[in-house]
Write a protein of this length. Structure first.
Lengths: 667, 226
């Protein structure tokens, strides 16, 4: 009891420990979010239960070749097909679904001599950047994606017949939203959005007239029925359901088979359309083959294989090799170079002799291994947090031994006074590590626990909006931790002036650099990666399940995130000024000392300038490097694994372009 | 007055405290010629350090005049004061080092600019450090060395370039007897051409001074005890 009392007092008095616990909790929450999103059904029965428990608001339009379209009566085909689609969705008695289900049914496919290809789609839903939005019966629209001469001609023709402004030109990007749909329109579309099916005949006849009046333009005798997913209605990441889709794939195949034979064929019960076709060429929707689920070693191997196939080797090496191995080496070299440079600049080679007295070379080889090892562990932990679970394997052993190694380091270097903070960080990391490991080993889904003990749900929900903050904390945490270790191991090299200054308030400086790194990285992020947040937040499904108002739509959250990024960008100069002021205050104190010494004002000025600049340069060096890694990690790594389009993907083979984007974002 | 390098005339120094005004120095009068070696002794709290701070321009007089190197301290601006201090060496009790510079770098910051070749500077520093027995602490940071080592480093920093006026506050405090000998020898050698004012309550220090004054309760006895 006494021990408990003492422990309690210690915890209460020790704000940093409480902070660490909060961080741990937030990290845990984050990991759980990832666990939910990324857990494969094979490894976690939760998804299946979740689907049963919470009927997803899928909106599908089927894809496939439907050869028996009755062109003489397209409206009938439209309605018949709609009825089939309804039947194919394994949701019963859900009013919301029955209202939302519709089809984007292509009745006509046109081609011209110049190779242009045009698909005419009729739908009650209008394609938008955020999915398909229903329109009322009075809001008929003709939308056309203008890419080819054929579509332009048809657009002009329709406008002549229907009046100027009747055809709305859609930018390719507005309809081609790979982030939302993971699909890409390779063809031109004429999208007739009509709430009144009786209008369809009229539009069809117009198009037929156009075909007859246009030499070289012909109409296909087949029709494709396309998949569309109303993403807004999707409560969680469809990629998380990949395994589920795989399981029903046979049903789908059966469905397609029967469907292609006869329009009256009834699809097998329980089938859900597989929305990602294995062969993109078979459908106008060419998906980007970028979805991945991996929490197992096998999964990682699959990813490696995938990355190799998809030309992502560079990212792979960046993630698995550069960060854990090359980064510490780079940091070491930079540290040594920087130290020598700063010493040379500041006091004209004086300290160089100290550095050359033998304490530079000896620890390098050992340190490199240790740093790489620890960095690998940190990376693995962070990736594990990302993936939500660890698998008890050689990797886990690596992490465990890494943690032990860190512990040993702390014990050895325990006399360093500034390590008190670090011990707390270490404690927090150990807790995270244990939680994640136990979670991974036992394969216990925390969401199951949440559902079993609903009183925990508000806490979970409370953590969701804090995702960006959590991310910041993670980054600060990893950064501080990693940097501290580097500093510890390389304390002899990292005696450059800024680091010495940091010793005066090490935690503050970690925060400072961490914040700058994050701010830089955050401001670098493109919309695509920010939408990762959107999915993570939105795909939990909990928002809807608990009856939160629909104002908390994914769109709203997305906008809020983008807005917050813009705010950060706006605040960046202010933060920078604060940062400069903090340096100024330190230097001001030193200036008083130097004036007391009677040091000449020119020497003081020179000294202040050099320390100031070395401070800024080193902070920005570290922050910039951190930001770049962070950026690569988010834009590239997460982007790649989530299947989102990432600018980095295009520029990874083009370093100048990377630099350009980097600078452009900063400026 | 030009014969004197330091002139202190009827100076009062007042500090504000919670209990009211406290007179640290009361009507101090002293005239110091170039090359004088003066020791100010007295019990703790008698105003010895304040006296040195007064001459160094760090403490402001409530009344009276102070002339140092023919400059009236009441009329010098900050820059001029710094220039004036450049000709003086003040070894404080606490050692005002810049924490993130090593001892060597701290010394270099003050005196490095007068050396064309850094190696010459290093050689000289090492030589003098050996004389004081602190050669091993040159590459350490101020917070990494003992109080005694810091005291010796502070004296070395103050006297490194044999200043025109050397002010040393309690040079033997916190030192063992062996170190005291080294320090006193060092001070003697480095201030052969300087004007030395040293405060102490250690009689061993008297040996390096020509005149010893007693300061008691802020009042400087005009009659030297040595």
């Amino acid at each position: 009891m006494r021990i408990f009392s003492l422990a309690l007092k210690y915890v209460v008095r020790n704000k940093s420990l409480i902070l660490s616990l909060i961080i741990t909790f937030l990290l845990l929450m984050l990991s759980l979010q990832y666990m939910l999103v990324l857990s494969t059904p094979e490894n976690n029965v939760f998804i299946d239960n979740y689907i049963k428990d919470y009927r997803p608001h899928f909106l599908f339009v089927l894809t496939g070749i439907y050869k028996d379209v009755n062109y003489s009566d397209p409206v009938k085909s439209y309605e018949d097909f709609s009825s089939i689609v309804f039947k194919s969705i394994p949701i019963e008695g859900d009013d919301v679904l029955s209202k939302n289900i519709t089809t984007a049914l292509s009745f006509l496919e046109l081609s011209s001599e110049d190779g242009s290809y045009l698909t005419v789609v009729i739908s009650r839903y209008s394609p938008t950047s955020f999915g398909f939005q229903p329109i009322s019966e009075s809001q008929s629209q003709i939308l056309i994606v203008k890419n080819s001469l054929l579509s332009k001609n048809l657009s002009t023709y329709l406008e002549e017949k229907l009046g100027y402004g009747s055809v709305v030109g859609l930018m390719q990007t507005s309809i081609d939203d790979p982030i939302r749909l993971n699909v890409k329109y390779d063809y031109d579309y004429l999208w007739i959005v009509s709430g009144n099916s009786s209008e369809v005949n009229f539009y069809i006849s117009l198009i037929k007239d156009f075909v007859e009046e246009s030499p070289g333009v012909s109409m296909f005798n087949s029709s494709a029925i396309y998949i569309a997913v109303n993403y807004v209605e999707l409560p969680f990441d469809i990629r998380a359901l990949q395994g589920f889709f795989d399981r029903v794939y046979s049903d789908i195949v059966e469905f397609y088979s029967s469907f292609s034979l006869s329009i009256d064929a009834t699809p097998s019960n329980g089938s859900i359309v597989k929305i990602f076709m294995e062969e993109p060429d078979e459908t106008p929707f060419t998906r980007r083959p970028k979805y991945h689920l991996s929490i197992t070693h096998e999964g990682i191997l699959r990813n490696i294989e995938f990355l190799s196939r998809s030309g992502g080797e560079v990212l792979f090496y960046l993630s698995y090799i550069f960060i854990p191995i090359l980064f510490p080496i780079l940091a070491l070299l930079l540290g040594i170079i920087y130290r020598l440079r700063s010493d040379l600049n500041l006091i004209d080679k004086v300290v160089l002799f100290r550095g050359l007295r033998g304490n530079v070379v000896i620890p390098i080889t050992g340190s490199l291994f240790i740093i790489s090892y620890i960095a690998s562990s940190i990376l693995y932990i962070s990736l594990s947090i990302l993936y939500g679970a660890l698998v008890f394997s050689w990797s886990t052993l690596l992490v465990i031994s890494g943690v032990l190694l860190i512990t040993a380091l702390f014990v050895v270097k325990g006399r360093v006074e500034n390590l008190r903070i670090s011990r707390r960080l270490f404690l927090a990391s150990l807790i995270i590590f244990l939680v994640v490991t136990i979670s991974g080993v036992t394969r216990v889904s925390f969401m199951e626990i949440l559902l079993k003990y609903p009183f925990l749900i508000p806490i979970y929900l409370f953590s969701i909006p804090f995702f960006p903050i959590t991310l910041l904390i993670i980054y600060l945490y990893i950064f501080s931790y990693g940097h501290l270790i580097i500093k510890l191991v390389c304390s002899d090299y990292f005696n450059s002036y800024p680091v010495r200054l940091w010793k005066s308030n090490i935690y503050l400086n970690y925060m400072k650099v961490g914040v700058f790194s994050f701010v830089l990285a955050f401001s670098l992020l493109g919309d695509s990666v920010l939408k990762v947040y959107l999915d993570i937040i939105g795909n939990s499904g909990m928002v809807y399940k608990l009856g939160f108002p629909r104002v908390l739509s994914l769109y709203t959250i997305n906008q809020l995130i983008l807005f917050s990024r813009d705010i950060v960008l706006l605040l960046l100069p202010l933060l920078y000024l604060l940062y400069l002021f903090s340096i100024y205050r330190v230097l001001r104190y030193d200036e008083i000392k130097m004036k007391f010494r009677g040091i000449h004002k020119n020497v003081i000025k020179k000294f202040k300038f050099k320390v100031f600049m070395s401070h800024i340069i080193s902070d920005f060096l570290v922050s910039g490097l951190g930001a770049l890694l962070f950026y690569i990690f988010l834009e590239g790594y997460i982007g790649l694994y989530y299947g989102y389009y990432s600018p980095l993907e295009d520029i990874v083979y083009d370093p100048p372009r990377l630099l350009e984007v980097f600078l452009w974002r900063i400026l | 007055m030009e014969d004197f390098i330091i002139v202190v005339e009827d100076v009062y120094v007042v500090f504000e405290s919670v209990s009211g005004k406290v007179f640290a120095l009361k009507g101090v009068d002293i005239r110091v010629r170039r090359g004088d070696r003066i020791c100010i002794t007295g019990p703790s709290g008698s105003g010895k350090t304040t006296f040195l701070n007064l001459i160094y321009g760090e403490a402001k007089p409530f009344s009276g005049e102070i002339h140092v190197l023919n400059r009236d301290l009441s009329s010098v601006n900050d820059d001029e004061l710094v220039d004036l201090r450049g000709k003086m060496g003040f070894a404080t009790q606490e050692g005002l080092f810049i924490d993130y510079l090593t001892i060597l770098e701290n010394i270099y910051l003050k005196h490095g600019s007068s050396f064309n070749d850094p190696q010459d500077f290093i050689d000289k520093v090492v030589l003098e450090a050996e004389e004081l027995g602190i050669e091993k602490i040159l590459d350490r940071f101020p917070y990494e060395i003992s109080v005694g080592e810091k005291k010796r480093a502070e004296i070395m920093l103050a006297l490194f370039n044999s200043p025109t006026i050397a002010l040393i506050d309690e040079p033997t405090a916190m030192l063992d007897s062996e170190s005291v000998d080294k320090v006193l020898k060092y001070i003697s050698r480095k201030t052969e051409e300087s004007t030395l004012i040293v405060t102490t309550h250690d009689p061993r220090v008297y040996s390096i001074c020509d005149t010893v004054y007693e300061l008691v309760d802020g009042i400087l006895n005009p009659e030297p005890i040595k």
